[in-house]
Ligand binder design. Structure first.
Ligand SMILES: [Zn+2]
Length: 601
């Protein structure tokens, strides 16, 4: 049992004094000085590897790595300051200061790219083969390969500079517009103005009239600005396509696949398997609509609860439950979770003035993480705790590697977190004694797959169709609506009623506008199914899988996604079979769900 129930985190051991910490100010100053120094030395090193230049380059690459690690550390700490107190304006100023440092480091990277393109393979391999660089050779080889796929460094530099106020500017404009939107909402006879985010939260209300009202308000509010949303979407997509044309990239998927260290065949195989889930998912929705007494299933019913798990749990008990379940699979993972809780790496207090949401950030120089969430005693928050501890564990097992071997693509980022969720969900299901609790838990579990298979697939199909259309010119609002409805029809099959689609989903979902991450959809489904595959192995092999699991996580920053699966799981991700098994696994709870409904009925 834990003897320390404090719900606030410890930041003092990172930099004492919070936002005003003199140590932290000193740290940033030293970092700034080193960035200036690195910039100066880059000017002096020749762009070849002759004579003593090779040694200078090794030192330079190591310096850049060290700078990046320290910047990451500073970003992590500042993120904690910003979210623990939304009124802390000074911490936001620090964030801007760090972002400016980041831009200067990108210029250093361009210098390295210039060298990488210029030297031949033999020279390059000799440089990367240096004993201090072998651990991060994948990172540097990837940088070189990607640089070769792009325009010359000077043009890329210009494009990146123009993107700040062009490409990314459209995203900022969209976010500002979405943030300002409000709608009048009536609940319990009371009328109030709600933000778009608050409206979206109403979709999980057990009251269908509330969900319906929220949806109608959402549609009409977005309708009032759909011209601006269409302009933002068309403009940023046009920017991307022009850039791609100049780089010689013919598919809109080229960049997202590069970012994901993925092959096109892998994504195709995954969606092919997902498409086979239609009949079973329709079965699940049929059982759920019967239970809820709904005639036609509409967009706003997707995350409707069957009932809520009311039982409250204390933070200490939630922590003990999570630790126990994780330990049952891996003592290493379990004792790590215990340490995270006991050493107060978690900010969980339920208080005003905190930012919403849950996340985990690394503090690489200390080999520590911090988890941010709000714990008020709900079941879902126990899951968040397990989820975020998964992220922290992932960082923990990566720490034996040099910094540049520790960054993994988005599609692998949710592996350890979702894995923990699977473990804890199944344990909670087993522990549930009340059949209504059990039903709600089963529904939560299946619903996650439903969203991954139908909703996320609709987003992907829309993006594919939209970018094809955009190549021909600006896409009008009516056409965007049409593309969206046909994507939803294909992804949901017969599940949604004829009047149950969300034509303006392309405007209301911020992911379509996220310029930093194009195609911000398939990584979710990928991560969910991949983690499911890992969980399946854990169930089959038990604690014997604990070490292989750890080894797989530790390699996530050092190879492509296909290589990772091949090396650690002996799986070919381009083969539809792996995905088909993963999809079927996500559907196994549908029969027990239907049976339980019958029993309760
Ligand atoms: Zn996560």
């Amino acid at each position: 049992m834990s003897n320390d129930n404090k719900l606030t985190w410890d930041l003092e051991s990172i930099f004492p004094g919070g936002t005003d910490s003199p140590e932290f100010a000193e740290f940033r100053k030293a970092l700034d000085t080193d960035i200036v120094k690195a910039g100066k030395s880059l000017e002096d090193i020749p762009r070849n590897l002759d004579g003593d230049a090779a040694g200078k380059w090794v030192a330079f690459l190591l310096l850049v790595q060290h700078i990046m690690e320290r910047l990451d550390h500073a970003f992590g700490f500042t993120g904690c300051l910003v979210d623990q107190d939304v009124t802390d304006e000074k911490s936001r100023v620090i964030q801007v200061e760090l972002a400016a440092m980041n831009a200067r480091i990108e210029a250093l990277m361009t210098g390295i790219e210039e060298l990488a393109i210029k030297v031949d393979d033999t020279e390059w391999n000799k440089l990367i083969g240096h004993e201090k660089l072998t651990g991060v050779s994948f990172f540097w080889n990837e940088l070189r390969q990607n640089a070769r796929l792009r325009m010359v460094p000077e043009l890329e530099k210009l494009a990146a500079e123009l993107a700040v106020d062009g490409y990314h500017g459209w995203n900022r404009m969209y976010n500002k517009m979405a943030g300002d939107l409000q709608a009048e909402f009536v609940e319990d006879g009371k009328s109030e103005m709600l933000s778009i985010g608050q409206l979206a939260n109403k979709f999980s209300s057990p009251d269908r009239e509330i969900r319906k009202q929220a949806f109608e308000k959402l549609e009409s509010t977005w309708k009032s600005v759909d011209g601006l949303a269409a302009m933002a979407l068309n403009s940023q997509a046009g920017f991307r396509l022009s850039l791609y044309k100049n780089r010689g990239w013919d598919s809109a998927l080229f960049e997202p696949l590069l970012n994901g260290r993925l092959k096109r065949e892998t994504i195709d195989a995954m969606w092919e398997a997902v498409a086979t889930s239609g009949e079973k998912m329709a079965d699940y929705i049929k059982a759920k609509t019967d239970l809820l007494g709904i005639d036609k299933f509409r967009w706003y019913d997707q995350v409707a609860p069957v009932s809520s798990v009311e039982k409250k749990i204390s933070y200490a008990d939630a922590g003990d439950f999570v630790v126990k379940q994780l330990t049952s699979f891996s003592p290493h993972l379990g004792s790590f979770a215990r340490m995270v809780i006991d050493r107060r790496w978690i900010e969980a207090e339920d208080r005003a003035g905190k930012a919403p949401g849950g996340w985990c950030t690394g503090l690489p120089l200390k080999n520590e993480s911090r988890i941010f969430m709000t714990f008020s005693g709900n079941y879902q928050e126990t899951m968040t705790l397990a989820h975020e501890i998964g992220h922290a564990y992932h960082s923990w097992v990566l720490h034996d590697h040099d910094y540049f071997a520790r960054s993994y693509p988005m599609n692998l980022a949710e592996s350890a977190s979702t894995f923990n969720e699977h473990l804890v969900t199944d344990a909670a299901l087993e522990a549930a004694t009340d059949p209504n609790d059990k039903l709600a838990l089963l529904d939560n579990k299946i619903q996650e797959g439903f969203v991954m298979f139908c909703n996320l697939r609709a987003r992907f199909l829309f993006d594919m169709a939209f970018y094809e259309e955009r190549k021909k010119g600006t896409v009008a609002i009516e056409k965007l609506n049409e593309l969206m409805v046909s994507a939803q029809k294909e992804a949901f099959g017969d599940i949604l009623a004829d009047d149950g689609y969300h034509p303006l989903f392309w405007a209301s979902k911020l992911h379509f506008f996220e310029t930093e991450v194009p195609f911000y959809n398939f990584p979710y489904t990928f991560g969910y199914l991949f983690a499911g595959g890992l969980y399946d192995l854990a169930k089959k092999e038990g604690t014997a899988f604990a070490d292989p699991y750890k080894a797989l996580l530790a390699d996530t920053g050092s190879m492509t996604t296909e290589e990772l699966a091949r090396k650690h799981l002996d799986i070919d991700l381009t083969d539809v079979k792996f995905w088909k098994d993963a999809v079927d696994r996500a559907l196994v709870d549908i029969e027990p769900f239907k049976k339980l409904i019958k029993k309760l009925g």
